[in-house]
Design a protein around this ligand. Structure first.
Ligand code: NAD
Length: 362
């Protein structure tokens, strides 16, 4: 009997609908190959939701997402909504969705595909074979800690304040996701903190070290964040899985991603303790190329592969999608953003067709 999954799809704005259409076609094709039946329900988020309902995250969308096995999001935002107040902007829809699904773990892979090695700004011998997963805590730390704000003293001098705070429970739950992730990969976990200066980091390091006793098959190491940033650029191959807090993870996941040199290729996953995970490309809605059939759909397609791997427990289907992406690149097909001399340039739809052909031939 076919495995059955209910997927909420959120095409969003800009290039979102174009890249989502490709990802859905790919999932349907993979479903046929791997005996998986998907029920797709489309819902509104971001600017598209503002235009239709006045809100960036309608309650109906959140309910639909909560009832599904996983959520596949494209991207939100665009010039049209930039002048709205922050709470009514498309971005508020995304933050609301992350909060509403209680997604505290963000997984960002940075993998160098041999076909795109020249897109990296680093030397080939430095980045060849890089395959890193950054696990970032997403709902705590300095972005949410209190007190926060800009305060004036009696003489009118202002102080800006944010608070970096993590409880043991918050550290443990992100730690467990990271150890489990490392276990599914090459069994190496590097915890990044600033324990030489920050008390919150000392607790972080202490908890990670204690947790490691439960995961004897995972080799744990620790780095200070400044050294981690240097090592990512100097010798990125030493890393397998990295776990870190919200602020350090925000910065390091972008740095790691850029080792690959191509924003149109980067997927991500956000996971909670239970309930559906959220899968989306790292890039935005690219309003500058929206509706022109120029978008690279591969980050969206690779996000669908992550969904199969991390939420639906269908690693063979995920492998097939990743293999089809490698195959089209190997055949010399490129979208404009990753175009190189001697390659064949395709539009978003054309790249989708090439993927379907590659899957059909597998
Ligand atoms: P962006 O990622 O949308 O675009 C940056 C540059 O990369 C642009 O030149 C764009 O054309 C290009 N690009 C991005 N994705 C591409 C793809 N798949 N194929 C080919 N080229 C691609 O970032 P931005 O321009 O800073 O933001 C545009 C809008 O997206 C803003 O409204 C922003 O708020 C929003 N945004 C949304 C998300 C999200 O939905 N998670 C993330 C970042 C930005």
């Amino acid at each position: 009997m076919a495995a059955q999954y209910r997927i909420t799809i959120l095409p969003g704005d800009g290039i979102g609908p174009e890249i989502m259409a490709v990802a859905v076609d790919v999932l349907k094709a993979i479903g046929k190959k791997c005996a998986i039946e998907f029920t797709f329900t489309e819902a509104l988020i971001g600017g598209a939701a503002i235009d239709a309902t006045g809100e960036p995250l309608p309650e109906k969308t959140l309910q639909e997402c909560r009832q599904s096995d996983a959520v596949l999001l494209a991207a939100i935002g665009g010039y049209k909504w930039d002048s709205l107040p922050p709470q009514q902007r498309p971005e508020a829809g995304l933050l609301g969705l992350r909060a509403g699904l209680e997604l505290f773990a963000n997984l960002r892979p940075a993998k160098i595909l041999p076909q795109l090695i020249d897109a990296s700004s680093l030397k080939k011998e430095v980045v060849e074979g890089v395959d890193i997963m950054v696990v970032r805590e997403l709902t705590g730390g300095i972005y949410f800690g209190k007190p926060r704000g800009i305060f004036s003293d009696e003489s009118g001098v202002r102080r800006g304040v944010n608070t970096m705070v993590y409880s043991e429970a918050e550290i443990d739950r992100i730690g467990r996701v990271a150890f489990e992730t490392a276990r599914k990969r090459r069994g190496k976990l590097c915890s990044v903190d600033k324990a030489n200066v920050l008390d919150v980091s000392q607790l972080w390091r202490d908890r990670m070290t204690k947790l490691s006793i439960e995961y004897p098959d995972v080799e744990l190491s620790h780095l200070y964040v400044d050294n981690a940033a240097m090592q990512l650029l100097r010798a990125p191959k030493q890393f397998d899985t990295i776990v870190t807090g919200n602020l350090f993870g925000d910065i390091l996941s972008d740095a790691a991603a850029m080792l690959t040199g191509s924003i149109g290729m980067l997927p991500s996953a956000s996971l909670g303790a239970s309930g559906p995970g959220l899968y989306e490309p790292v890039h935005g809605s690219a309003p500058d190329i929206a509706g022109q059939d120029k978008a690279n759909p591969l980050a969206q397609v690779l996000s669908a592969a992550m969904m199969l791997r991390y939420s639906l427990n269908q690693p063979a289907a995920a492998d097939l999608i990743e293999a089809s992406v490698s195959q089209v690149l190997q055949s010399g097909f490129r979208t404009g953003d990753i175009m190189a001399t001697g390659m064949t340039q395709l539009g978003c739809r054309g790249m989708g067709d090439a993927l379907l052909q590659a899957i059909a031939a597998m």
